[in-house]
Design a protein around this ligand. Structure first.
Ligand code: RB5
Length: 149
């Protein structure tokens, strides 16, 4: 699977290990920055890069890192076709895909360390949307909300 990853300065410490994790799991990873630590950079820019990669079909999913995961998820969800959430537990990281078709996992590098982040990303990339009728129905309703504005 093609997966985009990006971070601001708050998420920077986790980007390299998570990129290497996903490559090790056999995925093609698109590194959308930040390419160096810059305390002045802004998470919405990176959320936009990941959202655009998904919208243009360059990536099926994304991993977005900031300090808390919150800003990244807020910015990511402003973009059509992006279903992002902060998940700092493995149940949500997997079930968010299985039930909600979450396509962007947001993590806070000030909240979780590398070992937990590895488990979260592993749960995220290994999960698949079940497309069961009730989940498909709910996703259609989410899409209708998006289409209404
Ligand atoms: C950056 O200092 C920090 O505010 C940002 O990474 C993120 O935590 C926002 O939600």
């Amino acid at each position: 699977m093609k997966i985009a990853i990006a971070c601001d300065h708050g998420g920077y410490p986790l980007k390299r290990p998570l990129l290497e994790l996903m490559e090790g799991l056999g995925h093609e990873v698109l590194d959308l920055g930040a390419h160096e630590m810059d305390a002045q950079d802004d998470y919405p820019d990176f959320a936009r890069y990941v959202g655009q990669a998904i919208q243009h079909g360059q990536a099926e999913r994304g991993v977005l890192l900031c300090g808390s995961g919150v800003g990244a998820s807020i910015a990511a969800n402003k973009q059509d076709g992006v279903r992002a959430a902060v998940c700092h537990d493995t149940y949500s990281a997997g079930q968010g895909v299985e039930h909600d078709n979450m396509n962007v996992l947001c993590l806070g590098a000030r909240i979780v360390g590398e070992a937990v982040a590895v488990e979260l990303v592993t749960a995220f990339v290994n999960a698949k949307f079940t497309a069961e009728e009730r989940h498909a129905r709910r996703l259609e309703k989410v899409n209708a909300i998006e289409a209404a504005h």
